[in-house]
Design a binder for this molecule. Structure first.
Ligand code: GLC
Length: 733
C-alpha cells in the first residue's frame, strides 16, 4: 500500500524547501536514454528511415555498431533528471551514484521499466493470465516480478496495464485483462498487492503504475492511438473502475494514455486527472505521461506548440514528462510568465519525492552485488510459478470425440514453425528475458518424452512447405498443428484489420485435415482471433496464447493430460473480424439479435461471438443445478450446485452475473459480479455460494453519480457468460 509516514512526509517537505525551481522541475523530467553516434539525424528519425526502407538494414547495423547510449549523466549530475529507464544493476548503480553522490541535493533516481508480465521469469501475457480468474495467482506472479526487477535496480514498473478492451483488432488487447470491468478490477487490485505488498524489504516491492489512464482500449476501430469517444456514464461504468480499484488498493503511480477522450487528450485532461483521479479519488501518488505524449498534444491539435503543451500538461496535473524534455526546457519560463503557478511545480515535485521516499531510495539507493546476482539463475520456485500460470491460462475451445488429452506414446506429427521458436513464447512487452530460459512447445514435447517428429511446414508469415506437410500428414497417427501469431503481431502499434489466422496457416490446416488423420490445433497468439472456419473443421482447438518462459512445459502438461485445462476466455472471440468490437456485457437494443431479419445482427455473421467471454472447456463436464438467490438484507446470497459429470478431475470457474432489467439508462444484458473456483473429482458435487452486495447493483449516470434503483434484477450463474441458470428477484435499496 502506497502511504508515507508522518516522518517521511516531513523529510520530503524539508527537502522540497531547499530545492531551486530548476531542481524541482528536474524531478519532473524523465529522460529516455538516447542513441548517439556517427549519424547526423535524431535516433527516432533513423528508426523511421529503417522502417520505411530509406535506410537499408545493413547500413543501420553499421551505424549502430559505432553508436553509444547516452544516459544523460551530466543532466543527472546537475539535478535535472528525476527518473530514467535502465535494465541492469551495473548501469543502475552507476547512474544512482551520480545522482546521490555528485548532485547538489543527492536525490536518488526513480528507475522505471515495462515489466508487464515478468522480468527474467516471463509468465503468461495478461489476456491469458486473466483467464485463470485467480486473484491470488495475479498477485503471486507480480510479487515475483517485483523481486526479480528490484535486483537490477528497477524500482518502478510501468504496469499493470488495466485497460478494458473490447476490440480484438487492437494489438494491446494482449497486454491487459480483457473485456470485462469486474475481472479487470480484480486483476488490477491483485497486481497492486503483488507489486507493492511485501514491504518487509526494499528488495521485495516496487512502485506500480496503472495504465493507460483512461479508455485507451476504446480507441475507435481498434486502431492504436486513435480517438476514444463515449458517454460519461460509459466512462464511469466500464473504463474507470479498474483504475479506481487499484487506487483504492494503494497504487503509487498512474500513466496517462495517448488517446484523446471526447476531444481532450488524456495527457492534458483536467477532468480525468485533476477532477476525478486527484480530486474525487484523492490519489496521493504521481502521474507520468506516456512516451512523448506531451509533445504529441501538438499533433492532437490541442496545443499550439511544445511550450503550450507543457503548460497544459503541468496545469492538468501531469507530474512527470516522459521523454520529450519539454518540462525541463519550458516550465521555468512558464512559471516566470505566470502560465504555471509555482504551486503546481511544488505539488508535482512533492509527489515525486514522496514515491522515492516510500521506496526507501534515500536509505538504500544501491543494489548490492549479492542482490544483483540473486536471480542470475532463475529459481526453481519462479519457474514452477511460471509453469503453473501457463498451464492454468490454457483454454480448451473445442474437443470433438475427446481427442484430447493425447497419449504421448502415440506417433505425433508436431507441425508449425511457432512450435520450435523459443523466442516467440514470451509474447509482447517482455524486455529482460533470455532465450536460454525459454522452453518452446517442441522442447516441452522433448521434456515430456513424447513420441513425435517435428515438421516446420509453415509459420504466421511466409510460404507453406508442401513436401514437409505431406511427410507430416503421412507419419503421425495424430497431428498437432501449432498456429497463430508472432510476438510482433500484437502489443503496441500492432492493430490488425484482419484477425483471422495470418499467412498460409489456414491452408496448412486444410491440407493436414485432408490427409484424414485427427488434427489438434494449438493457438499461439496475443489476441482473440476470428476462427469460424477452424471451429467447424478442426476437431480440437487449444488456446495457448504466449505463456512465457515455461510455455512448452505448460502446453505439454495440459495436452498430455497431466493437468486438465481450466482457463476461460477474458475476451470474446468473434466469428469474423467485422463483428469487432464484440463483448458479452452489451446493451439489449430495441431489437436484440435473433433469427428474425429485423433484429440487431449481421447477415453474414449473426450477432453472437464464436466463443463468449468466460468460455472454456475441460476434459470433463460440469452440470449446474439448484440455483437459489436469497435476499439477506444488504446482500444477495447466491448458491448453486456444481457437479463433475465426467470421468476426469477438473476445475470449474463458476461465474455470477446480474442484469438490471429496467433502469433510468439502458443497462447491459449481463455484468460479471463475482466468480469462484470449484475443483471437482469425477462424480463430485459442491454447493458454491457467492454474495453480491446490493450496493454493487447500482451504476453511474452521466453526471458521474452512483445510483441505486429499485426494481427487477436477474441473477445468472454458469461456466461462461452465455450458458447460465437464472433467477429473477425484486430488489429494493
Ligand atoms: C510506450 C507504451 C507504454 C510504456 C511506455 C514506456 O509507448 O505506451 O505502455 O510504458 O511507452 O515504455
Amino acid at each position: 500500500m502506497y502511504r508515507l509516514t508522518d516522518a517521511q512526509r516531513a523529510r520530503v517537505r524539508e527537502l522540497l524547501s531547499r530545492m531551486t525551481l530548476e531542481e524541482k522541475i528536474g524531478q519532473m523530467n524523465q529522460e529516455s536514454m538516447s542513441i548517439v553516434g556517427g549519424f547526423d539525424v535524431p535516433f527516432e528519425e533513423l528508426i523511421e528511415m529503417l522502417t520505411d526502407g530509406r535506410l537499408p538494414k545493413e547500413e543501420f547495423d553499421k551505424i549502430m555498431s559505432t553508436a553509444k547510449t547516452d544516459y544523460h549523466e551530466d543532466e543527472v549530475r546537475e539535478g535535472l533528471v528525476g527518473s530514467l529507464m535502465v535494465q541492469d544493476a551495473e548501469k543502475y548503480n552507476e547512474l544512482q551514484h551520480i545522482a546521490v553522490e555528485e548532485s547538489r541535493l543527492g536525490i536518488p533516481l526513480l528507475i522505471g521499466l515495462d515489466v508487464i508480465h515478468g522480468f527474467r521469469t516471463v509468465y503468461p501475457i495478461a489476456i491469458a493470465e486473466a483467464g485463470t480468474f485467480d486473484e491470488k495467482l495475479f498477485q503471486r506472479t507480480a510479487a515475483m516480478a517485483a523481486k526479480e526487477s528490484r535486483s537490477q535496480g528497477i524500482n518502478w514498473h510501468f504496469a499493470p496495464m488495466v485497460d478494458v478492451a473490447r476490440d480484438a483488432r487492437w494489438g494491446r488487447v494482449s497486454e491487459g485483462p480483457g473485456e470485462d470491468t469486474r475481472l479487470a478490477s480484480r486483476f488490477a487490485r491483485a497486481k497492486i498487492q503483488g507489486l507493492q505488498g511485501d514491504m518487509s524489504s526494499p528488495e521485495n516491492y516496487v512502485a506500480a503504475c496503472l495504465k493507460h489512464y483512461v479508455a485507451y482500449g476504446a480507441c475507435e476501430s481498434g486502431r492504436d492511438y486513435n480517438t476514444a469517444s463515449m458517454a460519461p456514464a460509459q466512462l464511469y461504468n466500464v473504463y474507470l473502475p479498474p483504475f479506481r480499484a487499484a487506487v483504492e488498493a494503494g497504487a503509487a503511480t498512474v500513466m496517462a494514455s495517448f488517446n484523446d477522450l471526447n476531444g481532450v487528450p488524456c495527457t492534458v485532461n483536467r477532468l480525468t486527472l485533476r477532477q476525478i483521479l486527484k480530486g474525487e479519488w484523492k490519489f496521493p501518488g504521481l502521474v507520468v505521461s506516456d512516451a512523448n505524449a506531451i509533445r504529441e498534444c501538438v499533433n492532437h491539435g490541442i496545443a499550439a506548440d511544445q511550450y503550450d503543451a507543457g503548460v497544459q500538461a503541468a496545469n492538468a496535473g501531469m507530474d512527470i514528462d516522459m521523454g520529450t524534455r519539454i518540462y525541463i526546457k519550458e516550465l521555468k519560463r512558464a512559471v516566470e510568465e505566470g502560465k504555471v503557478p509555482l504551486s503546481v511545480i511544488d505539488e508535482a515535485a512533492e509527489r515525486i519525492l514522496s514515491v522515492k521516499m516510500w521506496l526507501g531510495l534515500f536509505e538504500h539507493p544501491y543494489v548490492s552485488p549479492e542482490l544483483a546476482a540473486r536471480y542470475e539463475t532463475l529459481p526453481e520456485a519462479h519457474l514452477a510459478l511460471a509453469r503453473e500460470a501457463g498451464e492454468r491460462s490454457i483454454v480448451l475451445l473445442k474437443n470433438e470425440n475427446g481427442l484430447l488429452p493425447l497419449d504421448k506414446s502415440k506417433k505425433i506429427s508436431l507441425v508449425g514453425k511457432l512450435a520450435a521458436e523459443r523466442t516467440e513464447v514470451v509474447g509482447a512487452w517482455a524486455l529482460s528475458w533470455r532465450e536460454s530460459d525459454c522452453v518452446s512447445i517442441q522442447d516441452g514435447f522433448d521434456n515430456a518424452g513424447a513420441n513425435y517428429r517435428y515438421f516446420p511446414c509453415c509459420g504466421p508469415e511466409g510460404e507453406l512447405d508442401q513436401a514437409q506437410l505431406e511427410e507430416a500428414a503421412a507419419w503421425g497417427d495424430v497431428i498437432v498443428a501449432v498456429v497463430g501469431e508472432t510476438t510482433a503481431m500484437s502489443g503496441e502499434a500492432s492493430s490488425k484489420a484482419d484477425i483471422t489466422l495470418p499467412g498460409k496457416q489456414r491452408e496448412l490446416l486444410e491440407k493436414l485435415l485432408a490427409g484424414g488423420k485427427p488434427v489438434a490445433a494449438l493457438l499461439m497468439n496475443g489476441r482473440p482471433l476470428a476462427l469460424e472456419w477452424e471451429s467447424v473443421h478442426v476437431p480440437a482447438i487449444l488456446e495457448c496464447w504466449h505463456l512465457g518462459v515455461q510455455m512448452g512445459n505448460a502446453v505439454a502438461s495440459v495436452l498430455f493430460g497431466d493437468r486438465a485445462p481450466e482457463g476461460k476466455l477474458a475476451s470474446s472471440f468473434p466469428r469474423m473480424t467485422g463483428q469487432c468490437p464484440i463483448y458479452y456485457s452489451h446493451p439489449n437494443t430495441g431489437r436484440p439479435g435473433g433469427k428474425g431479419k429485423f433484429t440487431s445482427r449481421y447477415l453474414d455473421a449473426g450477432w453472437e461471438p464464436l466463443y463468449p467471454f468466460g468460455y472454456g472447456l475441460s476434459y470433463t463436464e460440469f452440470a449446474y443445478d439448484g440455483l437459489e438467490v436469497k435476499d439477506a438484507g444488504d446482500t444477495l446470497m447466491v448458491s448453486v450446485d456444481v457437479r463433475n459429470t465426467g470421468s476426469r478431475p477438473g476445475v470449474e470457474t463458476v461465474q455470477l452475473y446480474t442484469r438490471d432489467v429496467t433502469a433510468s439508462i439502458v443497462r447491459p444484458v449481463k455484468e460479471l459480479k463475482d466468480f469462484a473456483k470449484a475443483a471437482l473429482a469425477p462424480g463430485e458435487q459442491k454447493r458454491v455460494t457467492m454474495a453480491v452486495q446490493k450496493n454493487d447493483l447500482g451504476f453511474f449516470n452521466d453526471a458521474g453519480q452512483y445510483v441505486l434503483e429499485d426494481g427487477k434484477f436477474i441473477v445468472y450463474v454458469g461456466g461462461n457468460s452465455r450458458d447460465c441458470l437464472s433467477q429473477e428477484i425484486e430488489v429494493t435499496f
